[in-house]
Write a protein that binds this ligand. Structure first.
Ligand SMILES: [Zn+2]
Length: 125
């Protein structure tokens, strides 16, 4: 066995392997680089784990970007209920009643110019 002339592929260190892993994810590996990386990953558990993590991450990112955003608007609109009067909601009808009373009272004065038997200075002329 020629151990004094190591296979050049066997000299691939972890830094180079990391670069090759990255390049492989980008689809930029030429066949001999791929062989070199595979050869390293077989021997180096650390880089093999790194490669697996990168691939999982890359797949997730790829799914994120490639997945079309579903149109949730119909579902959202369907689930939205009309506004419900919450705390203080009772004030709305009360204020509406007050407004109605004020309008009616002033309308009488504005139309007739007097408040019936009330003294004249209370009513506009
Ligand atoms: Zn390694």
């Amino acid at each position: 066995m020629p151990h004094d002339h190591p296979d050049p592929d066997r000299s691939t260190d972890c830094d180079t392997a990391t670069e090759l892993i990255s390049a492989r994810l980008d689809g930029e590996l030429v066949p001999h680089e791929r062989r070199r990386l595979d050869d390293h990953l077989v021997r180096c558990a650390e880089c093999a784990e790194l490669a697996t993590r990168f691939e999982v991450l890359d797949r997730r990112l790829a799914l994120r970007t490639a997945e079309p955003v579903p149109d949730l608007r119909p579902a959202i609109f369907a689930s939205v209920r009309p506004a419900v009067l919450g705390r203080g909601g009772w004030m709305r009808p009360a204020l509406a009643w007050v407004a109605l009373v004020l309008v009616v009272q002033n309308a009488i004065v504005l139309v007739t110019g007097s408040l019936g038997d009330t003294e004249a200075h209370l009513a506009p002329r």
